[in-house]
Design a binder for this molecule. Structure first.
Ligand SMILES: NC(=O)c1ccc[n+]([C@@H]2O[C@H](COP(=O)([O-])OP(=O)(O)OC[C@H]3O[C@@H](n4cnc5c(N)ncnc54)[C@H](OP(=O)(O)O)[C@@H]3O)[C@@H](O)[C@H]2O)c1
Length: 271
């Protein structure tokens, strides 16, 4: 089994590690690093993995290194790691807005690098991850990367690095869009007279059911929507309110601005 080290053991790394452990990856093959003792203790007790604050010694024997620190500190962290990496290791960066070009400058031009854009539902094995590799990444590296992200949900290789910004706008940031919609639907359900518990359960089960239908059905989301919209009925009234109030335009602006922010970040944090 490959040895896997997460540099940064925060929210995103914990979601991937949690999913991996649930899928039967051995805790003894996984290490995560974090400067604070409290984070190290949390990682050890929650997942049974090793944790340390020493990035360089953690990666010395690692086959797979996942960079999961904030984009703002990626340069410093990557440059410090460069000379400690095993020659045949593959480095996966999950950071939004850090280009392969910058990572190659910081880690060295001979490093196999994969940009991954996962999302937090990886924790419950329902993640969605877009991947893009540099030319030094071998098929066997790609297979190892696939194993990790397939274990925690759906993953796909995109055709160009630019498409990672689209993945960020769709699925990297996507869970938050749905959480916002759940929040609103639950609040309105309560205003209409339901208890908090019932409103929450109905809303999350409805989201799950709709997503499951969209995933397994041969029909498009538009067809599925039409199938539940009787002329003159309640759903039609609600959907025409979305239409009148510009829901589609709001989503277009929001997702385009997420993608633009990812582009800005690559300029802000690159060399
Ligand atoms: N959250 C998401 O939904 C999401 C989705 C896709 C991609 N990402 C990407 O994932 C990356 C991490 O985001 P996050 O939300 O997980 O952030 P986070 O929760 O703040 O986690 C960052 C982690 O980095 C650790 N850290 C700080 N300095 C370090 C250093 N010098 N060496 C090693 N570890 C260090 C922190 O340790 P302490 O706990 O000790 O401070 C913390 O564990 C970002 O680049 C982000 O773009 C996030």
């Amino acid at each position: 089994m490959s040895s896997i080290v997460f540099i940064g053991g925060g929210n995103m790394a914990s979601c991937i590690v949690g999913g991996m452990i649930a899928r039967g990856f051995e805790a003894e093959d996984i290490t995560a690093t974090a400067p604070s003792e409290s984070s190290q203790e949390r990682l050890k007790s929650r997942f049974g993995i090793s944790a340390t604050d020493d990035n360089r010694s953690a990666v010395a024997h690692a086959d797979i290194v996942v960079l999961a620190v904030k984009p703002q500190i990626m340069r410093k962290v990557a440059m410090d790691l460069a000379s400690a990496l095993k020659a045949d290791a593959v480095v996966i960066s999950v950071a939004a807005g850090i280009s392969i070009n910058s990572l190659q400058l910081w880690l060295g031009n001979s490093t196999a690098i994969v940009r991954a854009m996962p999302n937090t539902p990886s924790l419950v094995l329902s993640g969605a991850t877009g991947l893009f590799a540099n030319e030094l990444t071998s098929q066997s590296h790609k297979d190892s990367v696939d194993q990790i992200f397939n274990a925690v949900g759906y993953c796909c290789w995109v055709e160009s690095e630019e498409q990672i910004n689209a993945v960020i706008a769709v699925s990297g940031s996507g869970p938050a869009y749905f959480f916002r919609i759940l929040e609103i639907m639950q609040a309105v359900g309560q205003e209409l007279g339901l208890s908090e518990e019932i409103a929450r359960n109905l809303v999350s089960q409805t989201a799950l059911g709709a997503a499951q239908m969209a995933k397994v059905s041969d029909s498009s989301p538009a067809q599925l929507r039409q199938e539940v919209t009787s002329p003159g009925g309640t759903t039609e009234r609600a959907l025409s309110t979305f239409q009148q109030d510009g829901l589609e335009a709001i989503f277009r602006r929001a997702m385009t601005s997420a993608s633009q922010r990812a582009e800005e970040m690559s300029k802000d944090f690159s060399d």
